[in-house]
Design a protein around this ligand. Structure first.
Ligand code: HEC
Length: 428
């Protein structure tokens, strides 16, 4: 009775303030341990994800739990206090996902902003050349904008069900988003608030994933689970799709080299691919370590980024490695990340020929710098630290925009010069 009452109370609260249809996942997968407050958690915490996420978390102190879920849901004081008490008792803080930091003498600074709509899963931020930061708020059907000089933010509500997975800006300043939830591409003009929606021509292409814009303005995108690569020509709205040759390749990250060739990372196979945008010829290259056993959960190559010499840099997420591929010699090289095989490097970007990745399995999530010349890493814990950087992009002035999906933040990493700053073992 109590649970039903709470469910409807919290559900109506979520729908009115968040616009989501709460409790799509009716029953949590893992039964939570008994204790006072369990029913509250089952009612309040399953609208956006399963309770499994609580099991797989590192656990927290009472205060930390409260702070964390206050970035997802705004609960009345008494409920929040009871839930925090239950969670801190049943899931106390553990230290098994602490990162191993690599020391070095470079300096970076972090600036982070909590985004307005709670629990929206902010992700894939970018900075437009005019300095405005944009992000996709996947769970909230949002594209958001932040002026980092004032902290002022604005959010656009997209059509229900769009679930924007990622965004990219074009030369006119439009923000293109991938409608991962409803098989669309969308274009937001932030100056006029106009949103144009383009349906996939083939309903089998269900989940547009990550977009990129070419020099001539075409928008290319991966379609992960449906296994397509796609291109939309903005002037005509014409969309072309091609199947990826490898079955279940799950095309994920995408980037463009200096010659205009499109490169794609396969999350579902130990390969990267090159696509000629004129002939649509797709060439696949096998990464050196295909062994499924060492790829925890069969995660392979999440994302890639390209340096000024057209060297392809990628993260082999399941094995915890950063790799490089030289398209001229077809030679691969790989380096283990500082936190090791289980670190799940996820995002990758190249800034001034230095490679930046994150270690998404660690708590706090870690950002790491890799210098291809010295083959050395240096790494830093992200201050808000709870969640995953799922994609990060360089800014025009040589910095990085990041985010934390659980802490509900977007952030700016200013990349400084060499310093006498010394990292050490991380102490929370
Ligand atoms: C409005 C949506 C929403 C609600 C309601 C919500 N969460 Fe979350 N939660 C999120 C999002 C988004 C993430 C990030 C998921 C991701 O990165 O894929 C997250 C992540 C988490 C994580 C993972 C933390 C980590 O280590 O990254 C935990 C634990 C968690 N939530 C607990 C809770 C609890 C407890 C409640 C209820 C009090 C709750 N959530 C309610 C949206 C929500």
């Amino acid at each position: 009775m109590l649970q039903l009452f709470l469910r409807s109370l919290i559900a109506s609260f979520l729908v009115s303030s968040f616009g989501i249809s709460a409790f799509a996942q009716e029953e949590p997968l893992s039964a939570l341990p008994d204790g006072p407050g369990k029913e509250l958690v089952e009612a309040a915490c399953v609208a956006c994800h399963e309770t499994d996420i609580i099991y797989s978390s590192t656990g927290y102190t009472n205060n930390e739990w409260r702070h964390l879920f206050s970035r997802m849901i705004d609960l009345p004081e008494e409920l929040a206090s009871d839930i925090a008490h239950y969670l801190a008792t049943s899931f106390p803080k553990r230290f098994d996902r602490l990162p191993t930091l690599a020391s070095g003498d470079f300096n970076i600074t972090f600036q982070e902003w909590g985004v307005p709509t709670l629990g929206q899963r902010p992700r894939d931020p970018l900075m437009r050349p005019d300095g405005m930061i944009f992000w996709a708020g996947m769970y909230g059907n949002i594209v958001g904008q932040l002026d980092p000089s004032t902290g002022e933010m604005k959010e656009w509500q997209l059509e229900p069900g769009a679930m924007p997975h990622s965004i990219i800006d074009d030369a006119e300043g439009n923000i293109w988003y991938t409608g991962n939830g409803n098989g669309t591409m969308g274009k937001l003009n932030p100056e006029t608030d106009e949103i144009t929606i383009y349906q996939m021509p083939d309903p089998a292409a269900r989940d547009p994933h990550t977009p990129i814009v070419t020099d001539n303005g075409d928008v290319w995108f991966t379609v992960q689970n449906s296994n397509f690569i796609g291109r939309i020509v903005p002037d005509t709205g014409d969309i072309r799709l091609e199947k990826i040759p490898t079955e279940n390749a799950r095309p994920y990250g995408i980037d463009i080299d200096s010659r205009g060739m499109i490169w794609v990372a396969y999350r579902g196979a130990p390969k990267i691919a090159r696509i000629d945008p004129d002939s649509w010829q797709i060439e696949e290259f096998n990464t050196p370590n295909p062994d499924p056993e060492s790829h925890h959960g069969r995660y392979y190559i999440r994302r890639l980024a390209i340096d000024s010499q057209d060297m392809i840099w990628y993260v082999d997420s399941g094995r915890g490695y950063v790799g490089s591929f030289n398209p001229e010699t077809e030679e691969f090289n790989e380096w283990l990340t500082p936190s090791g095989a289980g670190s799940h490097p996820y995002a990758i970007e190249v800034v001034d020929d230095i490679v930046w990745i994150n270690e998404s399995e660690q708590r706090p999530d870690v950002i790491a710098r890799f210098d291809p010349q010295t083959e050395q890493f240096q790494s830093w814990p992200i201050p808000s630290g709870v969640g995953v950087i799922r994609n990060m992009r360089a800014t025009h002035d040589g910095n990085l925009v990041i985010h934390q999906s659980s802490a509900n933040t977007v952030g700016l990493v200013k990349i400084g010069e060499k310093s006498d700053w010394l990292a050490g073992p991380y102490r929370p």
